[in-house]
Design a protein around this ligand. Structure first.
Ligand code: GRF
Length: 221
């Protein structure tokens, strides 16, 4: 059955390399995603340049201009509603979203996080993995629910931690793989293969017991 192109908004705060990976996949690999808007909470986010270069509408909604989190969230939600975004992709969005916003977009919002969730929610994930003596690290994509980095995990990619690794080397090795993970996972949404049901992930309409693992050498789950 032919599906319409999925309308998505991408929220960023920084470099936007994951946004760029999505744009490349749309332009070069036929990803059936319509990025209807990019929202940044920082006007100096370099990632805004990727959106403008691809003629994607950009809204800079600076959290500093609102009295509280709820008011800022409401301004973001208003823009997303106007654009009729079906999927909200947090790609390096460094603001915590409030409970109301998370509930409003429950099942329609995903986040990319640089750890093997449920390990290391929050910041400084590579150093925390190194300090714990972990043998591997990675990235996860999860549905966003109220609670920091807590929603059900959809997909992951893992890499080994090598003896000489530091946070910079892990970030350098994982960065390109995060891009692949995001594109592959968003493609599942475009094909309507992933959905959310009461705190669980449905993959092809069945409850997923474990996150999908992207194989770095094959680029397939
Ligand atoms: C990524 O490492 C992602 O895991 C984290 O923020 C970073 C975003 O990078 N949430 P970029 O802005 O997409 O380059």
């Amino acid at each position: 059955m032919k599906q319409d192109t999925l309308r998505a908004a991408v929220l960023i705060s920084g470099t936007g390399s994951n946004l760029k990976a999505l744009i490349n996949a749309v332009e070069s690999s036929g990803l059936k995603l319509n990025i209807v808007r990019v929202v940044s909470n920082r006007e100096d986010a370099p990632g805004i340049g990727h959106a403008r270069a691809a003629s994607i509408p950009v809204s800079v909604i600076s959290h500093t201009e609102f009295p509280d989190r709820q008011a800022h969230d409401a301004a973001v939600a208003e823009v997303l509603q106007q654009d009729r975004a079906e999927l909200i992709i947090l790609a390096g969005y460094m603001r915590i979203l409030g409970e109301d916003f998370a509930n409003q977009y429950c099942g329609r919002m995903i986040n990319l996080h640089p750890s093997l969730l449920p390990l290391y929610k929050g910041l400084d994930t590579y150093n925390r993995a190194l300090k714990s003596g972990d043998s591997e690290t990675g990235a996860s994509i999860h549905f966003v629910t109220a609670g920091l980095d807590s929603g059900p995990v959809i997909s992951q990619i893992k890499i080994p931690i090598l003896p000489d690794d530091d946070a910079a080397s892990l970030s350098a090795r994982l960065g390109p793989l995060e891009h692949q993970l995001l594109v592959a996972t968003v493609e599942l949404f475009c094909n309507r293969q992933i959905s959310y049901q009461q705190g669980t992930v449905l993959y092809q309409n069945k409850i997923m017991k474990h996150p999908l693992q992207l194989k770095p050498d094959s680029l397939f789950f």
